[in-house]
Design a protein around this ligand. Structure first.
Ligand code: GLA
Length: 405
């Protein structure tokens, strides 16, 4: 957003990233390998993944670039184009504690990969690496820059070290790194959305049994537009973990009335309605969102497959209102972006995306109407907030890959 290169111009980004690597680490260009992992935007199933529900995200054509070159020793040297402070350590002495900076993400994944290697391929000798990270995804905006860097690291190191992890193992290394080392109790959606992406499709992921399928989306009829509020609440991670805990508490209280239920997603709306008075009001609101959102996500899937875009968009806006009122993860800026979008002709619906507490909204629109919608939302936002938000149209993506070979 606001780059000198077109954000999705992959060859230009790749060449730039390779040059940055050479400036940073010196040496010859031979032996430098480049990788890319996308970000994601979630369309349906807000805050359902850690409740075992279905979600419908898509990978986007922006993400993390990694440049790697083997070293003759066993040192891993991690640098980023977005932060002047890198980290160097020996493969046999990987940090055990997080430090609260960006390196926690790749370090967490490296720990997972080394544990995998020690168990599955102990005979292998691993070489040190110089690694440069960079990207064209806004950080902390709800587009999963963290899962992008984690899945990208798992994919790239599995390739360079020739470990042979399956894609699902890469996804789970990324997930375990974020949960275990970085300390965010995130659900499975983000790394799956990135790792299992297929162009021209949304991912339908059932977070209870981790099964997934790809649902076609026609980008000639439907544009996915993302508006960045430019505001991120400081306490976002803490608030996110609080929502995870509240859902777990609500499930504990409700499960005695739904003996078959394994996760909150399994509690039927009627069961919830009959027993909601037994829940403390905040927990009741959280559970209300989850049970309704499960139903809405199944209905949205049907609407997508039928090609009923008006109905699809209506579900999206209903999701936003529930995330605002019941789950309480919206912000005045996100509400303004949504309201400004849905008053436009050709906008089918809009909602906050990602965890909330700031970050981005997503809207679905008729491609022909996108320029007018973007203009209206930018002007209305600027009139009330004093600056113009970044708004971009995103295409799908094919997932982690080697680039610029
Ligand atoms: C964050 C988490 C995801 C998911 C969303 C909310 O992005 O990382 O696992 O819970 O919030 O839908």
């Amino acid at each position: 957003m606001g780059h000198e290169r077109s954000p999705s111009d992959e060859p230009a980004w790749a060449a730039h990233h390779r040059n940055s690597f050479l400036q940073r680490f010196g040496g010859a260009p031979e032996g430098v390998r480049l990788f890319f992992a996308p970000g994601r935007v979630n369309l349906f199933g807000g805050h359902l993944d850690y409740n075992g529900g279905p979600v419908m995200p898509t990978a986007i054509d922006r993400g993390t670039f990694l440049a790697l070159r083997p070293r003759p020793d066993r040192v891993l040297h991690l640098e980023s184009r977005m932060d002047s402070q890198g980290l160097r350590f020996d493969i046999d002495r990987v940090p055990r504690e997080r430090c609260g900076r960006w390196v926690d993400y790749p370090v967490g994944v490296i720990r997972e990969l080394l544990a995998w290697q020690a168990e599955r391929r102990p005979e292998m000798h691993l070489q040190g690496l110089d690694i440069l990270f960079g990207g064209n995804l806004p950080v902390g905006a709800g587009l999963s820059s963290s899962a992008s860097i984690c899945v990208g690291t798992a994919f790239a190191l599995s390739e360079v070290w020739d470990l042979g992890l399956s894609r699902r193992e890469q996804v789970h290394s990324a997930l375990d790194a974020e949960r275990g080392f970085v300390g965010v109790q995130c659900g499975i959606m983000d790394p799956y959305a990135i790792g299992m992406a297929k162009p021209g499709h949304l991912l339908w992921l059932d977070c209870k049994d981790q099964s997934y399928e790809h649902l076609p989306i026609d980008f000639d009829r439907l544009s996915i537009v993302v508006a960045n509020s430019g505001v991120q609440r400081e306490l976002a991670a803490g608030e996110f973990n609080k929502r995870v805990a509240q859902c777990a508490q609500a499930f504990q209280a409700l499960r005695r009335y739904a003996p078959e239920a394994q996760v909150l997603r399994d509690v039927a709306p009627e069961t919830f309605e009959s027993h909601r008075v037994r829940l403390e009001p905040t927990l009741a609101r959280r559970a209300q969102h989850v049970v309704n959102e499960v139903e809405r996500t199944f209905l949205a899937r049907e609407a997508l497959l039928r090609g009923d875009l008006e109905e699809l968009g209506g579900f999206m806006t209903a999701t936003h209102r529930s995330l605002r009122d019941n789950f309480e993860v919206s912000s005045p800026e996100l509400d303004l972006l949504v309201e400004a979008a849905i008053e436009c002709d050709g906008c089918y619906g809009s909602r906050l995306t990602g965890a909330g507490f700031g970050g981005c909204t997503v809207l679905l629109a008729d491609p022909a109407s996108v320029p007018a919608i973007v203009e209206h939302v930018r002007q209305r936002y600027a009139a009330e907030k004093g600056w113009h938000p970044d708004i971009e149209v995103f295409q799908g993506d094919e997932g982690p890959r080697t680039i610029g070979a």
